[in-house]
Ligand binder design. Sequence first.
Ligand code: CAA
Length: 445
Amino acid sequence: MTAVGIDAVEIWTGNLKLDLPGTFAPQKGEDPEKYTKGLGLNASSFPDSYEDIVTMGANAAHRLMERKGLAPDDIGRIDVATESAFDNSKPVSTYVAGCLEQVFDGDFHHANKGERKFACIAGTQSLDDACNWIRAGRNRGRGALVIATDTALYARGDAGEATQGAGAVAMYISEDPDLVELSTGQGYGSADETDFLKPNQQFPSVDGKRSVQVYLARMREALEDYESVAGDVHPDDVAFVPFHTPFPGMVRKAAMLAYRHVIRDTSIEDELAEEIGRQPRPEAFDSDEAYRDAMREYMDALKETAAYQEWYDATIDPTLSISREVGNWYTGSVHIARVSALKRALEDGREMTDEMLLVGSYGSGAQAEIHAETVQDGWEAEIEALNVEEQLEDRYDMSWEDYEEIHDAHNHDMDVDVEEFTTPESEFVFDGWGRMGERKYRYVE
Ligand code: CAA
């Protein structure tokens, strides 16, 4: 079977930055370490006044098409995944295509366009749709453009305000990809949950503590389901595990549960038994409560072992470096985790071809999905071509007053005009409203 997967990726961060320990924490009267150590975040990205999900998505796609020498004719499908859409009918992909047609010769008149919604997991679902479309032989030799773009803003004062972010990831999906091949084996954990939702409102209603528990429960089900089709996962077989990362502290919790699961009944559990005992099994306990207490004690001990810490430092920590600086990008978040990991591998001079990534996506509402990816031999050139550091470095560092203004400027219920903080250059910008309430965009040289 021909390999199908991600040929290339580009990211585009919102042009503004909010320093969480330096600017946000003092205003909230909180210890800066709640953000850096507890949530694991240093900063969040924000959109400047001329940026939105269309400009960020189109800018990421533009970079990707230019770098890969792609023309509109090479693209037979454009799917945008977002949970920040501003129109219940016209998909964001049509706006993105309109932007790209301003700068490329040709058009996307024969490309199938759509928009995917299932909270943060929609980016992975779009990726999956694109792979299936190619595997089904319906692509006529063309590839698919998948864009995950979000402005993850919370209401002022909401606990989620610390985990905001804004940015886009564009991916080109093709046969014989340069970056990663996707497995066809997948596992799902899905249930009707009320943890995080936006019932026709801009800012989410969130039950934060519950959302953490729902994430963990669905992810565990997805892992079990994945193993039922692909066989047991062994820690030694997996180079990195990029998880959906609303904030790195969430991934710390997910990683701990995943490690406990994958070492069960392996020689790693046996070796650790001398130090911390074997994992409690439910059948050995009279009540659920006693079992849960024993498991909590085991997990506390497991967390402190050198085996776990080495595995975490090698397999999980490298996936978090971009997220720490940009916050939650919702649909794009798991895709920047993959990039972070491969960037670290490149920096370490590590050979990654044929190595396996186990990718854990999650969307509130709620669904988790797990699949494997095999790194392809063009990965180094792909990752080397990214300018992530430069983009992060170039962001304008907002004062508290700037932050308050820009949050209001992006609040759909407020009519606030804010001067832009940065000067757009070689990028698409929001250019006002059309006669039917549509958004207009132009390219700034
Ligand atoms: N030093 C070190 N650590 C500190 C600290 C300090 N001074 N102060 C607090 N902490 C730690 C806390 O112990 C806690 O860690 P643990 O959970 O490991 O105990 C962590 O920092 C956060 O502190 P709180 O729990 O007190 O933080 P909070 O109540 O203000 O908010 C939250 C946390 C509920 C997750 C909130 O950020 C939120 O609602 N976020 C939005 C929802 C979200 O992201 N949920 C994640 C799962 S859902 C999902 O993934 C979909 C999605 O993208 C939204």
